[in-house]
Design a protein around this ligand. Structure first.
Ligand code: LAG
Ligand code: CA
Length: 469
């Protein structure tokens, strides 16, 4: 249940972090559909605080909801509707980052992005409306200062205020109804599913109650759900508490793939059930996300766009491998400033995504999802979906494997490889997907092929049965 992303079997979504709705609509039409992406995770769509205290308009203001009206820093409701419809028309679905654990943080008051007033200190959000009685108060929260501060205690994690954010009580019928109405509004518009922000900080039974109030998609079927649960074997909350509710984020994979790229030997162990990693059919995976790439939630020594060669290998490998449901990150430049909002004009409106003539992005947008070693691997993952991994080889800082008899993938850390390998694929001439067919690979009648990698920037080769020729 809740595990079908409703995109015709496609396998990869991209998080266009902080993009405006107008730009996402264009990207669906000009790029994502063609490359075989299933969908886009968009930044929170609902009304949020405009933070100026502490920092001028940080990205994280969007994680401080004011109401469920659909005007945000990414655009107004009409633009959102237009985007969802245009993307859907070309087969690309929209997944909404749903922030429903909490409303804005204590100490914040004023007017939100849709014009609603709010006063967090009074727990007053008339734009919904929510008031004091709908929140978890100190009587339900066992921590001394009201904040989440003991990850060993589920009551503390789920009933206290996460970093001072006013914590909704989702056990109440009224609160469930408001959240379900928000979701149902989005489903009416054509959204295919939800990322549940801070799911770790909500009780699974309360999320289930909300899901039970959410309608089927207009075309039939339950919406796709993936729950954000940071479980690094370091607290009381486990991803397995959420697998009945859809997919669950698997942050241990971020750590494992970083180790694997730094030391190819560790790629033998990138999915480690001894480490309690979530079963493949419920693991929602990514190399990095908008938090841990800048040292927020679950951060650490991860691989990001800041080391492009390692990043391309990490993402390409992830898309080739037979584990989980995959999301690709698409970032903007932030240097060392972990609060910096998206590229913006002087009045803090978000800048357009500029597309250069070579297909890369400008105006401060990184667009990892357009890097060819990443973009072209979506088609690989789509083509090999459902197949097992075979012919695994990992030696001399080179790794290669087949997916069933449908695809073959190889990668060389040094940028050089020259080997004759058993691919297990039918005889024929195949196109390397990474180079858009500039390189061809011949598989002989015994399944053998001479695999050559000579590219220090994109040290990867990938080809599939039924691909371009
Ligand atoms: C998430 N997943 O569970 C989001 O992925 C993550 O980005 C959110 O935190 C968090 N949960 C709450 O939705 C982000 C920032 C925080 C930020 C918070 C609220 O990582 O740093 O907190 O959004 O905007 C900020 C300040 C805190 C302050 C708090 C309340 O950094 O110092 O206490 O606001 O005013
Ligand atoms: Ca909570």
């Amino acid at each position: 249940q809740y595990t079908d992303p409703h995109c015709n079997g496609k396998q990869v979504i991209v998080h266009l972090f902080e993009w405006k709705w107008t730009d996402i609509a264009l990207e669906c039409e000009r790029f994502l559909a063609k490359k075989g992406f299933c969908g886009v995770q968009v930044s929170p769509v609902n009304e949020h605080a405009m933070v100026t205290k502490d920092y001028p308009r940080p990205w994280w203001e969007r994680y401080q909801p004011v109401s469920y009206k659909l005007t945000s820093r990414s655009g107004i409701e009409a633009e959102f509707v237009d985007m969802v419809q245009r993307c859907k028309k070309v087969g690309v679905r929209v997944f909404v980052d749903a922030v429903v654990n909490h409303m804005a943080g204590l100490g914040r008051t004023g007017t939100g992005t849709a014009g609603s007033t709010f006063n967090s200190d009074n727990y007053d959000f008339p734009g919904v409306p929510f008031s004091r009685q709908h929140f978890n108060m100190r009587d339900r929260c066992p921590s001394h200062d009201g904040n989440v501060n003991n990850y060993g205690d589920p009551n503390n994690v789920r009933n206290c205020h996460l970093v001072g954010l006013t914590d909704l009580d989702q056990s109440q019928d009224y609160v469930q109804n408001m959240i379900a109405a928000f979701f149902n509004h989005l489903i009416d518009i054509g959204v295919a599913g939800f990322r549940i922000d801070a799911a770790k900080h909500m009780w699974p039974k309360d999320i289930t109650a909300i899901q039970n109030k959410v309608k089927d998609l207009p075309e039939g079927g339950r919406p796709f759900f993936y729950h954000e649960v940071i479980d690094q074997n370091d607290g009381a909350i486990k991803t397995t508490e959420y697998t009945a509710l859809g997919y669950v984020t698997e942050f241990r994979y971020c750590q494992k793939i970083a180790w694997g790229i730094r030391n190819f030997g560790d790629l033998n162990n990138v999915v480690d059930y001894g480490w309690h990693m979530t079963q493949s059919s419920h693991a929602f995976i990514f190399v990095d996300n908008h938090d841990n790439q800048r040292g927020h939630g679950g951060g650490g020594n991860l691989i990001t766009h800041k080391s492009p060669k390692d990043y391309k290998m990490a993402v390409a490998f992830t898309l080739a491998y037979d584990y989980g449901f995959t999301r690709v990150m698409s970032s903007y430049e932030f240097g060392d400033d972990s609060s910096l909002g998206p590229p913006h004009n002087a009045d803090f409106t978000t800048k357009d995504v500029l597309i250069n003539s070579d297909g890369s992005c400008g105006n401060g947008w990184i667009c990892e999802h357009r890097w060819r070693a990443i973009a072209n691997m979506a088609a690989f993952r789509n083509a090999v979906a459902g197949t097992d991994k075979r012919k695994w080889r990992n030696e001399n800082d080179q790794v290669s494997f087949a997916r069933g008899n449908k695809g073959f993938f190889a990668m060389a850390k040094s940028g050089h490889m020259d080997a004759t390998l058993d691919t297990g694929l039918p005889a024929g001439v195949y196109c390397d997907l990474i180079t858009d067919c500039a390189q061809k690979i011949t598989v002989d009648g015994s399944g053998s092929a001479h695999i050559v990698i000579n590219n220090n920037n994109d040290p990867i080769i990938a080809f599939v049965v039924g691909g371009p020729t």
